[in-house]
Design a binder for this molecule. Structure first.
Ligand code: NAD
Length: 251
């Protein structure tokens, strides 16, 4: 990793942070970062391994399939039962089968959008309901992607979800300002299991298009998420923050 990490002690002290897809990758790094900054962390994932992450960060785990609206509601209820409130809700889980549309099945489309659109919308809905009931401020983070802005070959349904994430973020920000902020976080290439399947020769081509010449570590995304959710970023809402090693700058 080229970047050095400096968690800000106490920046999220006492806040309740719900992270979906927290069992590994970016979600896990975010769970670790927010816990290091004092948050009480509720991890949601379809993978029971999320329980180990919860134990490691002193948080709690609720096994949740984000494509099932009842389970998403159950996640919010579990967070409130456990910690009493929800201050930051981070939609981050994704299920993807990367294919062009002529090779993709409708079932795969439903799985991908079930998590990446319906799951994000339902997560935002239960978060907003709870934040309004608390009568206080709140932040909704939505993990988007550079593919929210540019096309890449072979990602039809996934790219549709990432475009939708931006539109949802704008809508949330407008409807609930100034109490609730909504911000999309758009990573470029991040070194998680999600990119492990990319063949070495393809990866060399991908890296050649990234001026930074490397994938970022999940902890670098987490550092940005912790800033976006902080009071210092109180004027930031309805927008997307890109972390891509200048990938989009090439055009
Ligand atoms: N890794 C990258 O290069 C990259 C780039 C841009 C955007 N992103 C975005 O970052 C986010 C996290 O990606 P990652 O790279 O950490 O992926 P990852 O595969 O490492 O982690 C995804 C997590 O989501 C969980 N998940 C899958 N289906 C679920 C469901 N139905 N309900 C609940 N949890 C479910 C998985 O179990 C896993 O723990 C995603 O939204 C992804 O689109 C990643």
């Amino acid at each position: 990793m080229s970047a050095r990490m400096f968690p800000v002690p106490g920046r999220h002290k006492g806040r309740v942070y719900v992270i979906t897809g927290g069992a590994q990758g970016i979600g896990r790094a975010c769970a670790e970062r927010f816990a290091a900054e004092g948050a009480r962390v509720m991890i949601a994932d379809i993978d029971p391994a999320g329980a180990e992450v919860a134990e490691a960060v002193g948080g709690a785990f609720t096994r949740t399939d984000m494509s099932d609206p009842e389970q998403v509601r159950g996640l919010a209820e579990a967070a409130v039962a456990h910690f009493g409130r929800i201050d930051i809700w981070h939609n981050n889980a994704f299920a993807a089968v990367f294919k062009p549309i002529h090779e993709q099945t409708l079932e795969e489309f439903d799985t991908i959008t079930g998590v990446g659109i319906r799951g994000y919308w339902m997560g935002a809905k239960v978060a907003v309901e709870q934040m309004r009931a608390q009568g206080g401020k709140g932040v909704i983070l939505n993990t988007a992607s550079v593919q929210s802005f540019v096309g890449e070959k072979g990602f039809s349904a996934y790219q549709a979800t990432k475009g939708a994430v931006l539109a949802l973020t704008r809508s949330l920000a407008i409807d609930h300002a100034p109490d609730i902020r909504a911000v999309a976080l758009a990573p470029g290439l991040i070194a998680t299991d999600a990119i492990k399947g990319i063949p070495e020769d393809v990866m060399q081509g991908v890296l050649a298009d990234i001026p930074a010449g490397r994938a970022a570590e999940p902890a670098e995304v987490a550092a940005l998420a912790a800033f976006i959710a902080s009071d210092e970023a109180d004027y930031m809402s309805g927008t997307a923050v890109i972390l891509d090693g200048a990938y989009l700058a090439i055009g």
